[in-house]
Design a protein around this ligand. Structure first.
Ligand SMILES: [Zn+2]
Length: 393
């Protein structure tokens, strides 16, 4: 048992990309029905880009370790639905089509119906280029202050699971198109897939445990088997899956007619490649599908199975708790906890991957109990951290 306190020495900033509390004259994201978003701005608006870059430069001057963008940095997670059909984007799409004027009332049919065509390509390129340009401009803004600051986007962060970028030997996530760019070694330590990435890998000849992808289903609940809990879900479009022998269902979707279908399953193929596969597309779901305590438990359990080793640290049950963890060359762990919630966290318990020999507490007080660290209350928007030596299991 030991207690100690030190001053905080890390800073990480997490912010929305396109949201603006007072959008003023900025062009706002616009839906296919030409309805404007309440406070999401279009990344093609030069004035908004200048404004966002000036904010990022100010943040960079505070010299944070990392600037993290929320997952609103995409088209399809906003109050106006998918894509952006603002005047700037339509003008950009028209110029990509050699100046052809688009019929404003028929944009959905034009871009989404039938076989691949030049209209859809122009729409997709316009969306993609504008997001990439936003990311590039923000990176330039950071570089103009300090090129050492890292940029990232949110994924597992929402479930308080420590996330590594460009790491090897740990389970990876490949959602959607990311599956096209996986290095060979990514398969060695396990992968988490959604329907879009599973389809891509199946098309490339990988056995991910699916025999057949069936029709769409619209579940109202997810039944977590190991946890024996039912969680309400909305906004989810999934697929009815026929699984290969050896696949283990981790949770089931329940539809309004009472029928149940696989929602998440784990599978190891004959090459020893392990997968956790979700029966829905991450791009087209609301956050209820991943921001819940049962998904968090399921992810922790399945990730440890995927990578055949424990996570370095786990702290479940605290919404908006963001964790970073790093091991240095001499085997000592550094763990940072950022409580990004409006609520305090009473005695957070952090489970390490083995018996803890000693720990130093930073900006907090805590105690060691075998493989667990129990901290005193972490206030809203406060940071707590510690370093620890661990005899790994
Ligand atoms: Zn736009």
């Amino acid at each position: 048992m030991q207690k100690q306190a030190h001053a905080a020495c890390f800073l990480s900033v997490w912010l929305w990309a396109l949201a603006c509390h007072n959008p003023g004259d900025f062009t706002r994201l616009t839906g296919f029905n030409l309805k404007q978003s309440q406070n999401q701005c279009c990344p093609l608006d030069e004035n908004f880009l200048d404004f966002a870059a000036s904010c990022i430069r100010e943040i960079a001057q505070l010299n944070p370790t990392m600037i993290l963008f929320d997952d609103d940095l995409r088209f399809g997670h906003h109050d106006i639905g998918l894509g952006c059909c603002c005047e700037l984007h339509l003008c950009d799409i028209e110029s990509r089509l050699g100046g052809e004027e688009l019929p404003k009332g028929k944009l959905t049919e034009l871009f989404f119906c039938g076989e691949p065509n030049k209209y859809r390509s122009a729409y997709l390129d316009s969306m993609g280029d504008s997001i990439r340009n936003f990311a590039r401009r923000m990176r330039e803004a950071v570089d103009s202050v300090n090129p050492e600051i890292r940029h990232g986007t949110r994924m597992l962060a929402g479930c308080s699971i420590p996330t590594a970028y460009h790491a090897s030997g740990v389970a990876g996530i490949a959602f959607g198109e990311n599956a096209k760019y996986l290095p060979k070694q990514a398969f060695e330590s396990g992968l988490i897939l959604d329907m879009a990435s599973a389809k891509i890998l199946m098309g490339a000849g990988h056995d991910v445990g699916i025999l057949h992808i069936g029709e769409r289903i619209y579940p109202s609940e997810e039944h977590y088997l190991a946890e024996s809990e039912h969680i309400h879900c909305s906004d989810v479009t999934a697929h009815r899956l026929e699984l290969a022998e050896g696949a283990t269902v981790q949770s089931r979707f329940v539809c309004s007619d009472g029928k149940e279908y696989p929602a998440a399953f784990t599978y190891e193929n004959s090459e020893g490649h392990r997968f956790l596969v979700f029966a829905f597309d991450m791009l087209f779901t609301g956050e209820t599908i991943y921001r819940n305590y049962m998904r968090q438990k399921q992810l922790v359990r399945c990730i440890e199975w995927l990578q055949r080793k424990k996570l370095p640290c786990i702290c479940t049950g605290n919404p908006d708790l963001y964790i970073m963890c790093k091991k240095n060359g001499s085997g000592e762990y550094a763990v940072g906890l950022w409580n990004l919630s409006e609520d305090y966290i009473e005695t957070p318990t952090i489970e390490m991957n083995g018996k803890i020999i000693n720990a130093n507490f930073i900006n907090c007080l805590g105690e060691i109990n075998e493989s667990k660290i129990v901290l005193e209350t972490v206030q809203p928007f406060a940071f707590a951290g510690f370093t620890a030596r661990v005899i790994e299991d």
